[in-house]
Design a protein around this ligand. Sequence first.
Ligand SMILES: [Zn+2]
Length: 248
Amino acid sequence: MGRGGAGGTPANEQTGEGEAAAPPAPLSMGGIEAIRFGADGLVPAVVQDRRTREVLMVGFMNRDMLAKTLETGEAWFWSRSRQEPWHKGATSGNYIRVREVRRNCEDNSLLLLTDPVGPVCHTGAQTCYYRTLDGQTLRPLPAAELGAGVGGEGDLTWLFEILRQPARREDSYVARLLTGGVDRIGKKIGEEAAEVIIAAKNRSPEELSWEMADLWFHSLVLLLDGGLTPADVYRVLSQRHREKTSHP
Ligand SMILES: [Zn+2]
């Protein structure tokens, strides 16, 4: 799956490449009254890169900072140490463009889906969470860990989400596979794996991508059957990569 291929898939819409430089659009104020600010008037705001899905930082917002963020499309926090508004990026130039704001189930925290203009952390790291709990610096830094694939074309989560929609499962091909369980899905995976090998032997890029798509598709169905998600697999891959690179 090459970059820019298969236009119009949900994954491509989510990556929004080329939009990062676009001026921020005002966001709706709807729902701001529902937020239950704490006794100190603040709620935590988790900042996520909407393209890589990486968690970048956590800040705190009061009602005014949330309103300002929605108005300007750039992240404004309340600085607890300085007890004053903090327009992220005002001194560093590393603004955070906010594309969507979500609230959690209890209306007491926020999630910001963002396009960061530069590194978010004052250390120059892409994310503030570049260390393990015991203080080891993650190398490569988390943003590079899985490449741009996460949340983009290389991330299979969007397809998985479609596969597990209940409506889709009534009397569909996926439903029949799931009814057949591991035996049926496993048989397909065996067949598709053989076809992938043949395609590779034939040195045919079209055939190989076609057959690999079949193999990945059925692998996702097997994950679904097993109660897993692609995230479980990404976690294993990421962990292996980290182990390899943290012991040079
Ligand atoms: Zn930081």
